[in-house]
Design a protein around this ligand. Structure first.
Ligand SMILES: [Zn+2]
Length: 106
């Protein structure tokens, strides 16, 4: 593997770079993997928030005709996907920034 700090080639098993002495990122702790995890966690938290808080409040006055129910469902689903994607993206960006800082400091 290549050292992210000085770009010299190191052994896969090495804990630190032989040339610059800084620690190498381990398999479980790369910025991308941290970003993927935080993104997933943010999306799950947003999903829980939508199911427990947001959706019950939006269902104030239930529509009574079929087309309104369908339109309402489509609008709610689209809003949910936008919120979920937004949360996932925000979490991914935060995780990516944190991951870069953590891996650089480690
Ligand atoms: Zn190095």
């Amino acid at each position: 593997m290549q050292c992210p700090h000085c770009s010299s080639l190191c052994m896969e098993a090495d804990l630190s770079c032989f040339r610059c002495g800084r620690s190498l990122p381990r398999g479980s702790l790369t910025p991308t993997r941290i970003a993927n995890w935080t993104g997933a966690i943010f999306a799950i938290l947003m999903f829980v928030f939508l199911v427990t808080v947001a959706i019950p409040r939006m269902e104030g006055s239930p529509p009574n005709d079929f087309m309104s129910i369908v339109a309402n469902d489509i609008a709610m689903n689209m809003a949910n996907y936008v919120f979920l994607f937004g949360a996932w993206f925000a979490g991914w960006v935060i995780g990516r920034v944190v991951g870069v800082v953590v891996c650089r400091a480690g």
